[in-house]
Design a protein around this ligand. Structure first.
Ligand code: FES
Length: 494
């Protein structure tokens, strides 16, 4: 008997990205029911058994039983014993309800069958004979033992290990694994959830639970009123899912206009050399005051004045290179630039671990648009920073059918994270990477456009461009001339 699962869950079961599955839906290879669900029968036809094994899902389940695999994976994958017990309890309740219904249906069908048999014996009407045969054959078919559908078993198992959350009214979905709170899991899935402190004190992450149960897993100082509790309100940052399916009502940020400006004093965690002329600046915010931002946005950093700066405070604006799903650890790529006083301090070794840095922001509109089109990213030098953040966000969202990255270096050490690009390209399919070199940003942009023209200009893609002004201006003009609509071109001068 077919079992119905959401596209999100279906992608998890067969081990492909949601974007890839949605593409097969659009191509008419997989049909969706009116409620957007997919039948496991259809899924089985599209993805034969061999692919489940390759997906790693069975292996993942098997590994849980393997003692040698150790505590780390179990802790990441499984929630606490209490939450696990609650999920098992709610699933057992569902199964008990289902069993009770089935028993009642069975009794009803047996009673009807008996009455049909009696009528067929007493009345000489062919239609009663025919009805008796239909009832007998139908019952024989239903009662025949069928082999257990591996997808159903995996789905039931997943329901306990990772709960599925649906947001209303957006319909966005995400899963909660391990010890994650609802907020952590939602951010990890790339959603723009409303929140503030992230530690249970401001109440900004308040949502209404429409279906399912939540369990408190973090301490919180914010107190919900009696009326709010009665209406099912809960804090995303303090709770996890206690039932295998959860529906919550919440408003999500639509874009940069919904993210409030913040001022945070972070601390330098590390300054690391990525290449001779490029440094990674890693800042960490206080646990109680994290930076809420969207992938692709920038912030202004400020250092207090020192003897080296003549007592003047030093400021600079940089794109955040890390993913908003980790709102405490902020990464920046700082290039050597004698005209940038902040960069000079970094390269002079004056910025040391533990030092306070003021963060203002977020700034900018260079964020991912809601779309299911293939994504093309084009970066020049440290324009790779916002592009990396966007790529990580897009990977978390799991909605794009394919990724293509072009990275132009105008300096000898311009490809300072080539290993990261190779890792994406090897681990993700399809993820194409092209690294280009050209001393002039504008000429390099033209060369990049030629490389894109070969196989991308005819495809309906979204293009994200980041880098110095001549690069962005030239490449954007080339894309416009090739007929890429303005609504599918997004750019940021870095
Ligand atoms: S984000 Fe402040 S209470 Fe949850």
């Amino acid at each position: 008997m077919a079992h119905w699962v959401t596209v999100w869950r279906a992608a998890q079961l067969v081990g492909v990205s949601r974007g890839a599955l949605q593409q097969r839906v659009r191509a008419g290879e997989l049909e969706l029911a009116d409620d957007g669900r997919v039948s496991t029968d259809a899924l089985l036809q599209l993805y034969p058994q061999a692919q489940f094994e390759e997906s790693g899902m069975l292996e993942r389940v098997a590994r849980i039983k393997d003692e040698a695999f150790g505590r780390r994976v179990r802790e990441r994958l499984l929630p606490s014993q209490e939450v696990l017990a609650q999920r098992l309890f709610s699933q057992t309740q569902e199964l008990a309800d289902l069993k009770r219904h089935l028993e009642r249906y069975h009794a009803l069908v047996m009673d009807l069958r008996g009455r049909i048999h009696d009528a067929a014996r007493d009345v000489s009407d062919d239609r009663w004979q025919e009805l008796r045969q239909v009832a007998d054959r139908g019952l024989a078919r239903v009662l025949a033992t069928e082999s257990v559908d591996v997808l159903d078993v995996m789905d039931d198992m997943l329901k306990v290990m990772s709960a599925q959350v649906t947001l209303r009214p957006s319909g966005h979905e995400f899963t909660v694994e391990g010890h994650d709170t609802l907020l952590q899991a939602g951010l990890r899935a790339g959603l723009k959830l409303n929140y503030g402190c992230g530690n249970g004190s401001c109440g900004m992450c308040k949502v209404r639970v429409i279906a399912g149960d939540v369990a408190r897993v973090q301490h919180c100082d914010y107190t919900l009123s009696e009326a709010e509790r009665a209406q099912g309100y809960a804090l995303l940052c303090a709770n996890t899912a206690a039932s295998s399916e959860l529906v919550i009502e919440t408003l999500e940020a639509r874009g940069p206009q919904d993210i409030a400006p913040q001022q945070i004093t972070a601390a330098v965690r590390a300054v690391a050399e990525l290449a001779p002329d490029t440094r990674l600046l890693h800042l960490q915010t206080p646990r109680t005051n994290r930076l809420r931002f969207l992938a692709g946005q920038s912030v202004t950093l400020g250092l207090p004045g020192s003897a080296a700066t003549g007592g003047d405070d030093v400021h600079a604006t940089y794109p955040v290179a890390s993913c908003p799903c980790d709102d405490r650890n902020l990464h920046f790529y700082v290039a050597r630039d004698s005209g940038d006083a902040f960069a000079s301090q970094v390269f002079a070794g004056s910025v040391k671990p533990g030092q306070p840095v003021t963060v203002w922001g977020p700034l900018g509109e260079f964020v991912l648009a809601e779309s299911t089109r293939p994504l093309v990213f084009a970066a020049c030098d440290t324009g790779f920073a916002p592009v990396k953040s966007l790529i990580e966000h897009a990977l978390a969202l799991d909605a794009a059918p394919s990724f293509t990255l072009f990275w132009l270096a105008t300096r000898a050490d311009g490809h300072f994270m080539a290993n990261q690009c190779r890792a994406w390209s090897e681990a993700l399919d399809p993820f194409e990477v092209t690294l280009l070199r050209h001393a002039d940003a504008g000429d390099g942009a033209r060369e990049m456009a030629r490389a894109m023209r070969a196989d991308l200009f005819d495809v309906d893609c979204d293009f994200y461009l980041a880098g110095p002004e001549p690069f962005v201006r030239e490449l954007d003009a080339q894309l416009a001339a090739a007929g890429v609509p303005a609504g599918q071109r997004f750019s940021e001068v870095v």
